[in-house]
Design a protein around this ligand. Structure first.
Ligand code: BGC
Length: 759
């Protein structure tokens, strides 16, 4: 079945889920003016005047300029800025604006009369994505998945990666990038986990914030999404997430808060789901109270594509821009909001506030004074950036003396996962088509969110280049006997296994297509078997005891094959650490299956986050569950020793100092992790990640590090106070290798502290 994009937004026939409520795509594209009561100002406006206008004065602040612009606008022009359209040129898109960038996520007309820019919107966190329209797809550098970037635990690297994809967005004519995603991993089966930053609010918020900062260095707007608690894809537009306020503030919302503080995004995208009974895009608590009031967010809130439901509630409860309009008469703020304002259901001041926010963000981020225009892209330089990201986020999970592959290894068998031609990427709106085209053509699904895309970066070829003296054989893995016999003839067998995940569907966390059997068969034939995983998130590893090594390569991006080969060969010393916990079995999960299984299409259902703020390792440690691989886990080819741990309160902040030494024979990078816990207990979990730092050390070298613990991670959110409060008393500060490692600890006494909201 072919699924067109806007239809697929809500309902998708994949993995047993069925599609419903699909209006038939129209073959003719009626002109906008024939159906809409108000035409976009871009269409109506007179030619721009050449004399500079008051709002264009660069000496003024973005707020002042936005205000002057607002005052110069007609009502129609204001309405223009708050309505966005799909950018794809398809029959089902009734608004095929010629100014829209083809195959893009969206377009918002500008106001030429006042010299105000249009908004060209592109997805997403791994680079400039392409809404599949018709080949040839726009080819752009693909970063690894967001989860891999989070696994680097290296914010400056994430920032550099963001700067790279932002520059490609700018060079492709986009001034709004719909990245970065920071929904916490509560359910490992969520099809979009690959787009996000993992299960911990500090790590996810910090890493995504860094990516956003990098993107915006290009004078474009970035978008933190999907606000909030959009942690599953199944029934994403009808699932009501039920969660206690304090728990939300200490987990999912904290991740957003940190990402917003660190990244200062121009916009936020509200999500499809309901939160405590109210759609996120018309949820006054989420948008007006938490985001705009408590956190002081000055940018604008856009809907996820099609997430608007009620003009008046959307407008009054904090939405600033409707996006992704594709069908006439379905939902167009341009018309409906105008009518609601005339009927005094929405105050004029609310529309003015929306416009001010949108204009301010575009001015403040530089998109107005430094207009985007298509420009050449240095793909060779950008390949280095994505490769560096991949090389730091690949995680060595297990190694029984089998890696790195030394020059003495003469016969290697590479098996499975299309490793002869490419590496896997995640599907949906975030799909980036990497340079060189699709490595494995013809894979489904035929319609959106397909196809399954392998980028052309062959681990096999890269291994042959890395290890020219070894003879490296290839087996596709489809024939178990042939795979086993190739493994038997080799000294080392490398089995590549993959799982495609995508927006709009959730997945079992078991490897598909009998790949577990493939691993088991190869492991039986060769005890020096190393498994390379290319997955969107955690998967079960039933063969773990039978293999000598495991490497998690996630979706490693345009240069993923090279990065994998360099980690396996030892040219790169692995330094990635898990941003998520790998369960030992489904029973360890709060929800062995994501909620909504079997609920008929169109029916609302609830998911109760009874685990509260105990997300991921916080819940495992609370319940005494031993996972397969812990959050924070990651091996190296060298060894490190950490000592001289001390903690003190300095100017009200908890500072932790320690020394890291590389005690092995290779240079390497260490991720130091500080966990905190109150000696009196009382948190949702025995420990939380309080701070982290990554340091690069030559063999024998050591370095002293001082990290500051974010006070919110020492606090409980008190709803009565509407603030985080650190209770006075003794706290344990632990320097550990991962969330389950006992590590070494010191005790520190903290005074009471109340962290008031921003405003
Ligand atoms: C996704 C968003 C995306 C938008 C535009 C939606 O389906 O949920 O993440 O930015 O489409 O492509």
């Amino acid at each position: 079945m072919t699924i067109t994009r806007p239809l697929a937004l809500s309902f998708i026939a994949l993995l047993g889920m069925s599609q419903a409520g699909c209006p038939a795509p129209s073959s003719s594209a009626p002109s906008h003016s024939a159906t809409a009561k108000v035409s976009p100002a871009a269409v109506k406006s007179a030619a721009p005047t050449s004399a500079p206008m008051a709002w264009q004065d660069k000496q003024l602040s973005p707020d002042q300029r936005a205000e002057l612009l607002l005052q110069a606008m007609t009502e129609d022009e204001k309405l223009t800025l708050v309505t966005g359209y799909f950018g794809v040129q398809q029959a089902w898109n009734h608004y095929n604006f010629k100014e829209a960038r083809p195959q893009s996520a969206g377009f918002v007309a500008g106001v030429p009369r006042l010299g105000f820019t249009a908004q060209w919107q592109t997805d997403a966190g791994s680079g400039v994505a392409t809404q599949r329209e018709a080949p040839p797809e726009l080819e752009r550098t693909a970063l690894p998945s967001g989860l891999l970037t989070a696994a680097t635990w290296n914010p400056p690297l994430a920032e550099r990666s963001g700067a790279m994809i932002g520059s490609e967005a700018r060079a492709s004519g986009f001034n709004v990038m719909l990245a970065g995603g920071v929904n916490l991993m509560r359910d490992p089966g969520n099809g979009r986990n690959f787009e996000y930053g993992g299960e911990d609010p500090l790590l996810a918020g910090t890493m995504v914030g860094a990516l956003v900062r990098g993107i915006q260095q290009n004078h474009i707007v970035a978008t933190v999404k999907h606000f909030a608690l959009n942690n599953q894809e199944r029934g994403r537009d009808r699932v009501n997430v039920v969660i206690d306020e304090a728990a939300a503030r200490m987990s999912d919302l904290l991740a957003f808060q940190i990402a917003i503080e660190r990244g200062d995004p121009g916009s936020i995208m509200c999500s499809y789901n309901l939160v405590n009974g109210v759609y996120a895009c018309q949820n006054a608590w989420l948008l007006n109270q938490v985001l705009k009031k408590d956190w002081g967010f000055k940018g604008y809130v856009m809907t996820d594509w099609g997430a608007q439901h009620d003009t008046v509630l959307n407008a009054n409860n904090g939405l600033d821009q409707e996006t992704g309009v594709a069908e006439t008469g379905k939902y167009v703020w341009l018309d409906k909001l105008a009518a609601a304002i005339r009927a005094k259901q929405v105050p004029q001041a609310r529309l003015d506030d929306m416009v001010r926010r949108i204009a301010r963000s575009l001015i403040e981020k530089g998109a107005v004074d430094d207009p985007v225009s298509p420009a050449p892209i240095d793909f060779a330089a950008h390949a280095q950036v994505t490769q560096a990201d991949a090389e730091e986020g690949i995680v060595l999970l297990k190694n029984q003396g089998v890696l790195p592959l030394t020059e003495t290894v003469k016969r290697i068998a590479v098996i499975g996962g299309h490793a002869d031609v490419g590496v896997l990427s995640g599907g949906g709106s975030a799909q980036v088509y990497a340079p060189g085209g699709i490595a494995v053509p013809g894979l489904g699904p035929k319609g959106w969110p397909g196809p399954t895309v392998y980028s052309k970066s062959s681990p096999l070829e890269a291994l042959r280049a890395e290890l020219p003296k070894a003879s490296i054989s290839w087996q596709s893995g489809t024939d178990l006997k042939a795979a086993a016999s190739a493994a038997r003839e080799a000294e080392i067998a490398l089995v590549f296994v993959t799982q495609w995940t995508t927006e709009s569907a959730d997945f079992p966390i078991t490897l598909p297509d009998e790949q577990d059997q493939l691993v088991a068969a190869v492991a039986r034939a060769n005890k020096h078997t190393v498994v390379v995983l290319e997955t969107g998130g955690p998967v079960l590893t039933p063969w773990l005891d039978q293999v000598a090594g495991v490497v998690e390569a996630w979706y490693p991006g345009s240069r993923g094959g090279t990065a994998i080969a360099r980690v396996l060969s030892g040219a790169v010393n692995p330094s990635g650490h898990l941003p998520v916990t790998f369960p030992r079995s489904l029973e360890q999960l709060p929800r062995p299956q994501t909620a909504g299984e079997g609920v008929p299409d169109g029916t609302h259902f609830e998911v109760h986050y009874d685990e509260g703020a105990a997300v991921g390792y916080r819940r495992y440690t609370k319940k005494g569950l031993v996972p397969q691989f812990s959050f924070g886990h990651g091996l190296s080819y060298t060894t490190f020793v950490e000592n001289k741990l001390s903690a003190r309160v300095d100017n009200g902040e908890l500072k932790v100092t320690f020394t890291v030494r590389n005690t092995g024979k290779r240079p390497g990078k260490r991720v130091a992790q500080i966990y905190v816990s109150p000696e009196a207990g009382g948190w949702e979990s025995p420990r939380r990640l309080g701070a982290f730092g990554k340091v690069e050390l030559a063999p024998g070298a050591s370095q002293e590090l001082t990290l500051t613990v974010d006070p919110r991670l020492l606090a409980i959110y008190e709803t009565q106070r509407q603030a985080f409060r650190v209770a006075p008393g003794s706290y344990r500060v632990t320097l550990a290798a991962n969330a389950h490692d006992a590590g070494q600890g010191v005790t520190v006494t903290l005074p009471e502290r109340v962290i008031a909201p921003k405003q």
